[in-house]
Design a protein around this ligand. Structure first.
Ligand code: F1P
Length: 292
C-alpha cells in the first residue's frame, strides 16, 4: 500500500486526537470576537479558507484567509495563524518575519524546531500527524479538526462519517470522465478546492472547484458527459437537475463535507492505482517549496 493511502486511512483516528488537543490548547486558539487572519500555501491555504468561512459563519469574529504570498500588508489582526506542515515554506516564513511584533502569531506545524521554531513563540506542533507523502491529507485534515472543533464543529460525528467514507463505494464513471468539478457552500468551498487539488497532485487530473452558486455563472458551460460534478455538502439540491441536463454525472455524498473529502482522497488513490501512477511520487512537486 502507498504511504498516501496509509495516511488517508488513518484520518478518523487522528481527528479524535485532534479534537482533544483543541481543548488542551484552547488558550493558544482564537478567542470569540477576535479578528483573525489565517495563512498558508497549497493545501494549507484551503485549510485556512475552510476555517475562516466556518468561524465567521458561527459568529465568532471576522476571519480572513490568505495565500501566504498574497497576504495584504498593513492590515491589523488580533491573531495571525500560520499553517505549514513542513515549517519551511518560504512565503509563510516571510509573512511571519515581516509581521513579527505587529500582531500575535500562532504557527500550526508538524515540525519541532527548525525555522518556524526560531520565528514563533506560540506553536501547536502535531508531529504525530506528519506524513511521509508529499501530498498532504491527514496533516491538513487534523489541523482542520483542531481549528473547527474550537469553533464548535462536531468532530466526533465527522470522524464516524469518515470511517464510513473509507468503506463506501466510490462514484461510478470515475475512470471514464476527463473533468472533475468540486462544489460546495460556506466551509465546503475551501474543502472543494482542496478536493480538486488532491486529484491534480496525485493523478494530474483536470479538476476545478467553485462555490456552488458561482457554478451557474460560467463554469457550467464547460461540462458534459465527460464530467463528474461532485458536491462536498448537501446544499442547493435544485442545481442537480441543471447539471444532469448537460449530460454530466452528479455525485453527492453524506452531506458531511469533511467526511466527503476523505472519499475524494480515496478516489484519488484508486485512480492512481488504475492508471499505474505512484501517488507517493507526484509530478514536479516537493514536500516544501523553498525559494532562494
Ligand atoms: C504546502 C505545500 C502543500 C502541497 C505540497 C507542497 O506546504 O505547498 O500544500 O500539497 O505538499 O507543500 P506546507 O507549508 O504546508 O509545508
Amino acid at each position: 500500500m502507498s504511504d498516501y493511502m496509509r495516511e488517508v486511512l488513518s484520518q478518523p483516528q487522528l481527528w479524535r486526537r485532534g479534537a482533544l488537543l483543541a481543548k488542551e490548547q484552547e488558550a493558544l486558539l482564537p478567542i470569540p470576537g477576535a479578528r483573525v487572519a489565517l495563512i498558508g500555501c497549497g493545501t494549507s491555504l484551503y485549510v485556512a479558507e475552510t476555517v475562516a468561512a466556518y468561524r465567521e459563519a458561527r459568529g465568532l469574529g471576522e476571519t480572513d484567509a490568505f495565500s501566504a504570498s498574497e497576504t495584504p500588508v498593513g492590515r491589523h489582526y488580533d491573531l495571525l495563524v500560520a499553517i505549514t506542515r513542513s515549517g519551511t515554506t518560504t512565503e509563510v516564513l516571510d509573512v511571519l518575519r515581516s509581521t513579527q511584533g505587529a500582531e500575535p502569531q500562532l504557527a500550526i506545524t508538524a515540525l519541532e524546531g527548525g525555522p518556524i521554531g526560531e520565528l514563533t513563540r506560540d506553536r501547536i506542533v502535531i508531529s504525530w500527524a506528519d506524513e511521509r507523502s508529499v501530498v498532504q491529507t491527514r496533516f491538513a485534515t487534523t489541523v482542520l479538526v483542531i481549528l473547527l472543533a474550537h469553533c464548535g464543529w462536531d468532530v466526533g460525528a465527522s470522524a464516524k462519517r469518515a470511517e464510513l467514507a473509507l468503506e463506501e463505494p466510490l462514484p461510478d464513471h470515475l475512470e471514464k470522465v476527463s473533468q472533475l468539478v468540486f462544489l460546495g457552500r460556506g466551509a465546503a468551498v475551501g474543502l472543494a478546492r482542496e478536493a480538486a487539488l488532491k486529484l491534480r497532485e496525485t493523478v494530474g487530473a483536470w479538476t476545478e472547484a467553485y462555490p456552488t452558486r458561482e457554478f451557474r455563472h460560467g463554469p457550467i458551460s464547460a461540462i458534459g458527459p465527460h464530467t463528474i460534478v461532485w458536491f462536498l455538502d448537501d446544499e442547493e439540491p435544485e442545481i442537480d437537475a441543471e447539471i444532469v441536463a448537460t449530460g454530466a454525472h452528479c455525485v453527492r455524498g453524506s452531506g458531511d463535507p469533511l467526511a466527503e473529502l476523505v472519499r475524494v482522497h480515496r478516489a484519488a488513490g484508486w485512480l492512481a492505482e488504475q492508471r499505474g501512477v505512484n501517488p507517493d511520487a507526484p509530478r514536479f512537486l516537493n514536500r516544501s517549496v523553498i525559494l532562494d
